[in-house]
Design a protein around this ligand. Structure first.
Ligand code: PBG
Ligand code: ZN
Length: 324
């Protein structure tokens, strides 16, 4: 079709026409809201590098989760900041750990809210790596054993979905096997399948104090240059029993979301990470961009790339905007 037979503007003329031909839908159903849970009572500590986000004590996290539920958001994902860190991150699987308590309390207050718990050790270890360290390297298989304990402890607390995030080889299989052995066949796994060694995690690491004390995470997280490898990682996780696969971060990896969505017949999540949030907030605070429009455009881009589930610190704002 050529001009003047084709005039693209004919179907862009009014909001009604634009709604009719819109290809991508962004809905509150797509959103997942991250919550940082810490010890204490009545704590609501602002995270300076993530304006508008907080570290919550469990009682406050329950209120925040209830607010998300009331806003129509179907799920939250929990991160824990322990009382004490140690070499192996043992508080991660403590029956009375902060995430385990938060899971119980949130499911009690909002039984229909889907509660996801991130399962990793970098927030819990004194060295800040995502598992057990042996000769300055992450010991894969020793870390898997602790991961298996951790996800079972989440399942005992009543979690709906566990989200192993350490990029250990075999981590999905280890989670599935341990959950099934303990009778938790209904607990789902959302795998951080293609998680990149990204500079965009900076604000998150400030919030949970999880920056590695030596070295970096490039020995386990993926090289930002690779996309075929992402397909390989995702395919492995599907074979090991993942129910949902994730690409993280989102914005610099929209092409990866697209290839993964084309390759894999499972729900696709993407993680709109802390640095992506911080960039929008910083520019908006300076009056350089329109926060509301930028947020909706960004999330729509992730949907267009093929993601079904958008984990985003902007979930509460997006829910409010979408309700209008
Ligand atoms: C830890 C973990 C990270 C994030 C979630 N879980 C980052 C890291 O590797 O330090 C990042 C989340 C964000 O930046 O918003 N395994
Ligand atoms: Zn980690």
């Amino acid at each position: 079709m050529n001009f003047p037979d084709y005039r693209g503007r004919r179907v862009r003329r009014t909001e009604g026409l634009r709604r009719m031909v819109r290809e991508t839908r962004l809905s509150v159903d797509n959103l997942c809201y991250p919550l940082f849970c810490a010890p204490g009572q009545g704590v609501q500590k602002p995270i300076s590098s993530m304006p508008g986000q907080h570290v919550w004590s469990v009682d406050k996290a329950v209120d925040a989760a209830a607010a998300a539920y009331d806003a129509g958001i179907p799920s939250v994902i929990l991160f824990g900041i322990p009382e004490k860190k140690d070499a192996v991150g043992s508080e991660a699987w403590a029956a009375n750990g902060v995430v385990q308590r938060a899971i119980k309390a949130i499911k009690k207050r909002c039984p229909e809210l889907v509660v996801i718990a991130d399962a990793c050790f970098c927030e819990y270890t004194d060295h800040g790596h995502c598992g057990v360290i042996h000769e300055r390297e992450l010991d894969n298989d020793a870390s898997l054993e602790n991961l298996a304990r951790t996800v079972v402890s989440y399942a005992r607390a009543g979690v709906d979905i566990v989200a192993p995030s350490g990029m250990l080889d075999g981590f999905v299989g280890a989670c599935r096997e341990s959950l099934d052995e303990e009778g938790f066949t209904k607990t789902a796994i959302m795998a951080y399948s293609a998680k990149y060694a990204s500079a965009y995690y900076g604000p998150f690491r400030d919030a949970v104090d999880s920056a590695p004390q030596h070295g970096d995470r490039r020995g386990y997280q993926m090289d930002p240059a690779n996309a075929a490898e992402a397909v390989r990682e995702v395919t492995m996780d599907v074979g090991e029993g993942a129910d949902i696969v994730m690409v993280k971060p989102a914005l610099a990896y929209l092409d990866v979301i697209r290839v993964v969505a084309d390759e894999v017949n499972l729900p696709i999540a993407c993680y709109n990470v802390s640095g992506e949030y911080a960039m929008i907030e910083a520019a908006a605070a300076n009056g350089w961009i329109d926060r509301d429009r930028t947020v909706l455009e960004t999330l729509t881009g992730m949907r267009r790339a093929g993601a079904d589930i958008l984990i985003t610190y902007h979930a509460m704002l997006a829910a409010k905007l979408l309700a209008k």
